[in-house]
Design a protein. Structure first.
Length: 239
């Protein structure tokens, strides 16, 4: 069960570590885990440690099978999702040069270490990941052949007071509900004019800070350059 969970979600429990390394002293086990942390191979989940004292780690590189980024976000009739502008892209300095999987996995591990992004459990797959920062979804997807890591920022808006569209019989009714949700989104953004800029800016800063942190130990000889556009520049973003 724990092994299946590791392969499907990247979630590694201390129980599985003890079972797999049962012939190794506990002190040596801890040293091996520390080495894996040092090389950004796994991230320790501080939430579970605080809640029940259990050690849980996330190891993106061992996840089996790919997924579509849009499948990471669970459908919820009480929540509206708004894409904040066009996606951000992290690209290699040389056009067409692929970004190695190892770089992508290390980026995910380091982003999980950003305090704001580690307060809710992530959804990890081999080629994409869903992280959370307050009311924002951060969806990362790695295209090895295209040589990019795509980052889409979404805003979650509570729409629990709106009518659910599970049993809509007519096209007219579906259109009415769609228009109602559109109006709700526009009204929310009008009441919170800086929220879009704040979300994009926070994610951009987290990406740049994380890549800077990785640059010396991991990317020193790879000469990676990041191209991160500003989809929120027309909405008050000045970063």
């Amino acid at each position: 069960e724990h092994w299946k969970e590791l392969e499907e979600t990247g979630r590694l429990s201390s129980k599985l570590i003890s079972r797999v390394w049962r012939d190794i002293d506990k002190e040596v086990q801890d040293q091996l885990v520390d080495i894996m942390k040092k090389f950004d191979l796994l991230h320790q989940d501080q939430r579970t440690m605080a809640m029940n004292g259990e050690c849980i780690y996330f190891v993106p590189s061992v996840i089996q099978g790919e997924s579509k980024p849009e499948d990471l976000v669970k459908a919820d009739s009480d929540t509206l999702l708004v894409d904040l502008g066009v996606p951000l892209f992290v690209s290699a300095a040389t056009p067409g040069m692929p970004i190695p999987h190892s770089i992508y996995f290390r980026l995910i591990v380091n982003l999980l270490g950003v305090k704001e992004l580690g307060e809710q459990p992530p959804v990890l797959r081999y080629n994409c990941a869903l992280l959370h920062d307050g009311p924002f979804n951060i969806i990362l997807s790695h295209s090895h052949l295209a040589g990019t890591i795509k980052v889409q920022v979404q805003l979650r808006i509570d729409s629990s007071s709106e009518s659910e569209d599970d049993d809509l019989d007519s096209e007219e009714e579906r259109k009415r509900i769609a228009e109602s949700k559109k109006d709700l989104i526009l009204a929310f953004l009008k009441e919170n004019p800086t929220l879009m800029a704040e979300g994009c800016t926070k994610v951009r800063r987290a990406l740049l800070d994380t890549l800077d942190k990785m640059r010396q130990p991991v990317m020193k000889s790879l000469r990676f350059v990041t191209y991160i556009n500003l989809p929120c520049k027309d909405n008050g973003c000045r970063d």
